[in-house]
Design a protein around this ligand. Structure first.
Ligand code: PRP
Ligand code: ADE
Length: 178
């Protein structure tokens, strides 16, 4: 295990049976609250793309907003919020998706990305990949070129990384919980 992943793991808290019995919830709020761990997580996510022409970072509500805003700042890129349904005020595209513990719908503004724009997708965690797959569909519907999808945490047993790779999306993660 790398020194970075050891440090990030130590900063993440695990809550059993949240939000449903049987789920081990990986809570990054403890990481976000530690200045060094937060900085190192954002630096680790941004590092592969420094110096590349990335037009926008798309963050998935809610924790993808926190990481994605910081990444966009470091990359001098714009930020695109991908939100749960009913939250965005202008014209949207919408998709239904499933995740480890439920079903929902998410939206993105139609004018948030232009055809051919280079976008990095970010969220705190990938589990089944249902959420990220929904975000990929929205971005591609509007013609985005998805450079990569990145996450602090991978839960590889739930297959999300493979699901995205099968869609032709490059996936990067900083730590994994087997
Ligand atoms: C969590 C996490 C991802 C998603 C991953 O969000 O932040 O967005 O689940 O699960 P999946 O890979 O199985 O789709 P959650 O739906 O709990 O929403 P929140 O960020 O609004 O709390
Ligand atoms: N989203 C889906 N599964 C999760 C988990 N185990 N912990 C935190 N967020 C999640």
């Amino acid at each position: 295990m790398s020194e970075l992943s050891t440090e990030l793991r130590a900063a993440i808290r695990t809550i059993p049976d949240y939000p449903k019995p049987g789920i081990l919830f990986r809570d990054i709020t403890t990481l976000l609250g530690q200045p060094r761990a937060f900085r190192r997580a954002v630096d680790g996510l941004v590092h592969p793309y420094a110096g590349l022409q990335v037009s926008k970072v798309a963050g998935i509500e809610a924790r993808g907003f926190i990481l994605g805003g910081a990444m966009a700042h470091q990359l001098s890129a714009g930020f695109v919020p991908i939100r749960k349904k009913g939250k965005l005020p202008h014209e949207t595209v919408r998709v239904a998706y499933s995740l480890e513990y439920g079903l929902d719908e998410m939206e993105m503004h139609k004018d948030a990305v232009a055809e051919g724009e280079s976008v990095i997708l970010v969220d705190d965690l990938i589990a089944t990949g249902g959420t990220a797959e929904g975000a990929v569909k929205l971005l591609r519907q509007m013609g985005a070129n998805i450079v990569a999808a990145c996450f602090v945490i991978d839960l590889p047993d739930l297959g999300g990384r493979k699901k995205l790779e099968n869609l032709g999306v490059q996936v990067r993660t900083l730590i994994s919980y087997e």
